[in-house]
Write a protein that binds this ligand. Structure first.
Ligand code: GCO
Length: 404
């Protein structure tokens, strides 16, 4: 028996990308020298074609990042041609009646900034807010939602606790996930402190300039479960993970948020002995992430305490054969709907991603796109799961033939 789950009136449906992963031709970033994305999907030149596909798939919202190293290749020097390019991109979206969500920092930095310590250097606060202010001045009439930083703790932890980002040149591409530099908890904490300061400063600047502005963060929250649910120690470890990973950062910026962007991907079972072990019964994506749709429900319910609108700013999986993506979308949206029905103020869902793209130190092998990219010809091919998602976007509802 069919069951129809209607989403709230005006719910936003779309996809998310980031500049370095899709655009191509980014020459001055701290990733380019040792770990180039080359022409990536050439979205820089093909954005109009991609937005036509986005519209064809009934999406009404698009999240993109603006590449700082393009805009400000040297400190204080803004590249007018690149400013014009992103104006064209945003204007094209608005002409197609697509809502725009712009991320100001999505993992990459200008090389000149990296050379002076990047986010470990407290000067980042003035540099990043100078960049943000210029972007705001240029595009505030074309941007519906602003995200200051994408996944601050993911960036800080992979860079300074795991010492892996940006990857150093190696003979194999992508490199094995080995240490590029020694873990440095002190630098990690410095980065997090600077990220919090930057976010709050930019929030204030944007709100001083334009009252109706909406400024948020894209926060990666996983669903942490105790490995052994009856072990008090495992339960305590899950609580500790949840606090430090999911809430610590949000608690410090909660008075400087108009919305929370949630990037949800996976579940982690945590407990002794470290590190986190997985159980073999859960479905895994192509890159081994645990698929746990119910986890998004629990994470959304946890976020209710902030009393802020929530937009799911990323949710997706690496699935080159498109075997799992339709059920992945269906099941996650089932649990999102359940969280909404229990009071979570969720107002939009952006799937990661519109097109296959450069998956950081995993390179181009993982395929997250609703649209497949042939990296030789740059041909775009709409995957079957994209058509399933397009129906949901069009009708603002999920039709279930059976409960997931
Ligand atoms: C992240 C980023 C994206 C990733 C996506 C899939 O969460 O790491 O926002 O850049 O590509 O999440 O891993």
């Amino acid at each position: 028996m069919e069951k129809v789950l209607k989403f709230p009136e005006g719910f936003l449906w779309g996809t998310a990308t980031s500049a370095y992963q899709v655009e191509g031709g980014i020459e001055n970033s701290d990733w380019t020298k040792d770990f180039p994305a080359g022409r990536a999907c050439d979205h820089y030149n093909l954005f109009e074609k991609d937005f036509g596909l986005l519209r064809k798939l009934n999406q009404n919202t698009f999240r993109l990042s603006i590449e700082w190293s393009r805009i400000e290749p040297e400190p204080g020097h803004f590249n007018e041609k690149e400013l014009e390019h992103y104006w064209q991109v945003l204007h094209t979206l608005k002409m197609r009646d697509i809502k725009t969500m712009v991320t100001l920092h999505h993992f990459t930095n200008p090389l000149w900034l990296a050379k002076i310590g990047g986010w470990t250097n407290s000067k980042i606060v003035s540099y990043f807010s100078r960049f943000a202010e210029r972007i705001f001045d240029e595009y505030s009439d074309l941007v519906d939602f602003w995200i200051t930083i994408n996944e601050p703790l993911v960036y800080a932890s992979i860079s300074y606790l795991k010492g892996r980002w940006p990857p150093k040149k190696t003979t194999t591409h992508p490199p094995p996930s080995r240490l590029q530099r020694a873990p440095n908890p002190v630098l990690f904490l410095k980065v997090v402190k600077n990220q919090i300061t930057c976010h709050k400063k930019i929030y204030k600047i944007f709100h001083k300039t334009k009252r109706s502005v909406r400024v948020g963060i894209a926060k990666n929250n996983n669903y942490f479960q105790p490995f052994n649910p009856i072990s008090p120690l495992d339960r305590l470890i899950a609580i500790i993970y949840r606090y430090f990973w999911s809430y610590f950062f949000l608690n410090r910026i909660k008075n400087h948020l108009d919305f929370i962007g949630l990037n949800y991907y996976s579940r982690d079972k945590v407990g002794l002995p470290f590190p986190k072990r997985t159980e073999d019964e859960v479905k895994l994506s192509d890159i081994g992430w645990q698929i746990c749709p119910e986890g998004i429900y629990h994470v959304l319910k946890e976020l209710k305490k902030y009393n802020l609108p929530i937009y799911i700013t990323e949710n997706g999986l690496a699935d080159a054969k498109d075997r799992l993506r339709k059920d992945f979308i269906r099941d996650h949206l089932y649990w999102v709907h359940k969280a909404i029905s229990e009071g979570a103020d969720v107002r939009g869902y952006l799937h990661w991603s519109l097109i296959d793209n450069f998956e950081w130190d995993s390179g181009f092998e993982p395929r997250f796109g609703l649209i497949e990219i042939d990296y030789k010809t740059l041909k775009r091919k709409i995957r079957k799961s994209a058509k399933f998602y397009a129906k949901i976007c069009k009708n603002n509802q999920l039709t279930l033939n059976s409960k997931p």
